[in-house]
Design a binder for this molecule. Structure first.
Ligand code: BEZ
Length: 207
């Protein structure tokens, strides 16, 4: 069955471009973004991995590790990353799993045969420090993902893990947040000071 939010992210040991990795050990108590791409030496994937490499410092600053996977070999990944550096202007600075056995692809249900017979689709899993799945996302081969959006979701996940708030539509860091309906007005005042009550169930505050 497909992984669902709140499920434990399955552990695995895999060969990567940075050596063998045991996922849970490698991740430790960080957050992790595990994402699949369909195939090395393909155009959309080349842009995605290049852009993700550009964001790697930002993710590291958020205690978040990045791990890519496809069913290609580590040797192919190593050959391809030269092309990514050449065309995207950035060295790939995170490990890429060579999942030729499809162990990771199957554990995370990344092969959707009615979309691509034998290749992984564009899956994303954000995994929390507790190793639980916090976000799943699936895109087809033809559509490159928006990694700025993945970064935005990460910001929301990290904020809402720490504070009794939720983030509204199109929220970005610095915008007002929604106070958890579980908090009474008295508790909300205690935690946030001033807030605006638009409806009893919709109260916002500036952090
Ligand atoms: C691409 O990255 O462009 C791609 C990969 C697999 C199938 C189709 C497109």
């Amino acid at each position: 069955m497909a992984l669902r939010l709140g499920d434990e992210a399955p552990n695995f040991t895999a060969n990567t471009t940075q050596g063998e990795i045991n996922f849970h050990e490698w991740k430790g108590d960080s957050w992790a973004i595990l994402f699949s791409h369909p195939k090395d030496f393909t155009p959309v994937c080349t842009t995605e991995l290049g852009y993700t490499a550009k964001l790697a410092d930002r993710f590291a600053g958020k205690n978040t590790k990045v791990l890519a996977v496809s069913v290609d070999s580590v040797e192919d990944h190593n050959a391809w990353t030269g092309d990514i550096e050449e065309t995207q202007g950035v060295a790939v600075n995170f490990p890429i799993i060579g999942d030729t056995s499809r162990e990771v692809a199957e554990l995370y249900d990344m092969i959707h045969p009615n979309e691509l017979a034998t290749l992984t689709v564009r899956s994303v899993f954000i995994v929390g420090p507790d190793n639980k799945v916090k976000l799943t996302l699936t895109y087809p081969a033809s559509t490159g993902r928006n990694f700025d959006e993945i970064d935005r979701v990460l910001d929301s996940l990290q904020l809402t893990a720490e504070r009794p708030v939720a983030t509204p539509v199109n929220w970005t860091p610095g915008d007002d947040v929604i106070i958890s309906p579980a908090l009474s007005d008295e508790e909300a005042t205690e935690k946030f000071g001033e807030f605006v009550t638009h409806k009893p169930y919709l109260r916002t505050t500036t952090l």
